[in-house]
Design a protein around this ligand. Structure first.
Ligand code: IDP
Ligand code: MG
Length: 161
């Protein structure tokens, strides 16, 4: 039983969650953080940060050819964002996307962050990685070495199988 428990406790993924500048301005940072805490994710990195155009463009490089790309970069660099690294068992990345809701807040379900708090797609207040690979990539992009904390929440056995 114990070796099995330890092995499954080790299966972790990370997701990069970011409160966009509109979320910071609107004072919903606490609400957003609280939803991930209550879900049982483990916070490993957190900072308020004014990002450069270069960093925003690198983060959204897959969208470079979209017509809204220049506006997206203006939006993301328009004020400080809150960068967060969250860790959880396998499924944490998809689970975070569920809490966030669809890209277009009109399509996002009730009780999701975007469904509850946002209206237009271009002001959808929060970012979440779309795959475990991108979770790793984005955390490495937004956090420097030494900014992430490794710690053991006492509730882990109650939150992971
Ligand atoms: P996601 O944030 O739900 O993963 P993506 O398709 O990766 O959605 O797009 C990244 C961000 O670009 C969105 O969160 C939104 O801020 C912006 N965006 C996406 N599509 C549109 C659009 O059609 N108009 C304006 N902004 C958009
Ligand atoms: Mg995306």
């Amino acid at each position: 039983f114990l070796p099995h428990l330890i092995a499954s406790l080790e299966q972790v993924d990370q997701t990069y969650i970011m409160v966009k500048p509109d979320g910071v301005q609107r004072g919903v940072v606490g609400d957003i953080i609280s939803r991930f805490e209550k879900k049982g994710f483990k916070l490993t990195g957190l900072k308020l940060y004014q990002c450069s155009k270069d960093l925003a463009e690198e983060h959204y490089k897959d969208l470079k050819l979209k017509s809204f790309f220049p506006k997206l970069i203006d939006y993301i660099t328009s004020g400080p964002v809150v960068c967060m690294a969250w860790e959880g068992c396998f499924g944490v990345v998809a689970s975070a996307r569920k809490l966030i809701g669809a890209t277009d807040p009109l399509q996002a379900g009730p009780d999701t962050i975007r469904g509850d708090l946002a209206v237009p797609t271009g002001r959808n207040i929060v970012h979440g990685s779309d795959s475990p690979e991108n979770g790793k990539r984005e955390i490495a992009l937004w956090f420097k070495e030494g900014e992430l904390c490794e710690w053991t929440p006492v509730l882990t056995p109650w939150l992971r199988e």
